[in-house]
Ligand binder design. Structure first.
Ligand code: MSP
Length: 501
């Protein structure tokens, strides 16, 4: 039995999550569910990033204390994730006491080790990104610097601050990025490495004067400062693993850490995060899994661009969490931005879930009840189908192990297509007691349903119950192995996915 620790970014709770956030979260959830199915000891962490200027201002605009505001919003996020069947083990908030304790502990440790020093700072800041931009990084509109992502004017900031000596780690970071396979897809590691080779790794400001940003963790080395929100946020990943509270658990989990992120926060999750960890003698995470954006009308879907699709709309359109999760995972792309169109998602839902999977299940269920009274006893599995199951299962596990959920789903869809071709060829409805045919088809359904379970957790469990088998943690290998002499008791032939028009 292995172990698996997976995280999502902790989201800014200044607005409701949209399907761009769901894209990351459902992906991480599907990986977590896959590993539970394998029998791995799995820990899945998500949460909210609640400090900093962005939240301070969002609360001010509403006339609320930031804590009051983030309390409401964190509950909202939890409700959205419940609607999408997100099976996190902990929902971490950066205002959680154990996390605040950890931030102070780590900041003080770095200060003691000489990695933090005080100096003047000036630069252009994007509040939406919570990040400084240097010349060449920002865009210029009518002579003024603008954020390249949010297309909003940057703010000029000039103040005394504390720096983290990130420059000391340049050689180390380059070595990790260029020699260790800690970033998937690898192209992203090359991107960061070449930026560092071009510009060098510069020290970063990690504190803000309270007079400007009071909503944050107080700096343990200077009570007039709060810790920079990104420095605070990244540390959530080690708080969640028990770095301060349970070192034994941390030592077990950390070597298996997988951070799922969008490409917008790649720099923070590699250059900055790996340096922070090195400063306290912790290994980098096993993998940073990066994906590109969900875009709409050519722009990154987001609040600033005003082009978001709401999670509730996706849920409504695709008959609940299973359909919504499936379409998101089927278009998921680590390398390239994906343009959201209703036509694309509709056609995936209709052809793959409603037709290829749903119809097969329905037809086999109806025939099993009509021809065999619902009881289908063990038979020799059709050779072609048995081979197809084994082939699909091998491909599925390999793809899932390599974070390619889309490819894994494609393998299951291929298997289901073979089963549909088989049923059309064999025409079991024309036979008196098509035992062998139905048993073989049920074996395909059992394997496919189990493999689809991490992405569509509800419908698959419902189907397994209706057909008389069980999807349990650790049951994957057994479920995708054809044969084994079971009896199926088909109590119902459900219509799992109604087509959308
Ligand atoms: N709070 C920081 C993350 C700190 S992690 C230590 C943050 N939050 S965020 O709310 O802006 O969420 C960013 C993440 O949401 C992206 O990295 C990505 O995973 C996801 N996405 C938000 N919009 C997205 C798209 N349009 N497309 C794909 N993913 C998107 O950054």
């Amino acid at each position: 039995m292995g172990r698996f620790y997976v995280t999502t970014p902790i989201y800014y709770p200044n607005a409701d999550p949209h399907i761009g956030h769901a894209y990351t979260t459902v992906y991480a959830d599907s990986l977590a569910r896959f590993h539970r199915l394998l029998g791995d000891e799995t820990f899945f962490l998500t949460g909210t990033d609640e400090h900093g200027l962005k939240l301070q201002r969002a609360a001010e605009e509403r006339g609320l204390h930031p804590k009051e505001f983030v309390d409401q919003m964190a509950e909202k996020f939890k409700r959205y994730w419940a609607m999408l069947d997100i099976s996190y083990d902990r929902f971490i908030r950066t205002t959680d006491p154990d996390h605040e304790r950890l931030v102070k502990h780590v900041a003080l440790e770095m200060y003691r080790r000489g990695f933090i020093y005080r100096e003047k700072y000036s630069g252009w800041y994007c509040v939406s990104c919570e990040k400084f931009y240097s010349p060449g990084e920002y865009i210029v509109v009518e002579g003024k610097p603008y954020c390249p992502i949010h297309r909003k004017p940057l703010e000029w900031v000039e103040e005394d601050t504390y720096y983290f000596r990130m420059s000391e780690f340049q050689d180390y970071i380059l070595k990790v990025l260029e020699e260790e396979k800690r970033v998937y897809p690898e192209q992203y590691a090359r991107e960061v490495a070449s930026k560092i080779r071009k510009e060098g790794l510069r020290d970063v400001s990690i504190a803000r004067p309270k007079s400007r940003v009071w909503w944050g963790v107080e700096a343990p080395f200077d009570p007039d400062y709060t810790i920079y929100v990104w420095f605070d946020a990244l540390l959530n990943y080690i708080t969640g693993a028990g770095y301060l509270e349970d070192r034994g658990r941390f030592n077990r989990l950390w070597p298996e850490a997988h951070h799922v992120i969008g490409k917008d926060i790649l720099w923070f999750h590699t250059a900055v995060w790996f340096s922070m960890l090195k400063a306290i003698d912790v290994e980098p995470p096993k993998k940073v899994i990066v994906h590109a954006f969900l875009i709409r009308r050519g722009l990154k879907m987001g609040k600033s661009a005003g082009n978001v699709v709401r999670i509730e709309d996706l849920l409504e359109r695709y008959n609940g969490s299973d359909g919504a999760r499936y379409v998101l995972m089927r278009i998921f792309n680590p390398h390239k931005d994906v343009e959201y169109t209703a036509e694309l998602l509709d056609s995936i839902y209709n052809s793959e879930l409603a037709d290829n999977y749903g119809n097969l299940v329905r037809r086999v269920g109806v025939l099993a009840r009509k021809k065999l009274g619902g009881t289908v006893e063990s038979e020799t599995v059709d050779e072609g189908l048995a081979t197809a199951i084994e082939k699909a299962a091998r491909k599925y596990v390999e793809e899932m192990d390599n974070y390619r959920i889309q490819e894994a789903l494609a393998a299951v869809m291929d298997l289901l297509r073979e089963a549909n071709a088989y049923i059309n060829r064999e025409k079991p409805w024309e036979k008196g007691e098509p035992r062998r045919e139905l048993y073989s088809l049920l074996e395909v359904i059992r394997a496919s349903t189990t493999m689809l379970h991490p992405v569509i957790p509800k419908a698959t469990v419902r189907l397994a119950e209706a057909f008389g088998f069980k999807i349990e943690e650790g049951s994957l290998r057994d479920q995708v192995t054809p044969g084994g002499g079971r009896t199926y008791r088909v109590s119902e032939a459900p219509i799992l996915f109604r087509k959308v028009k």
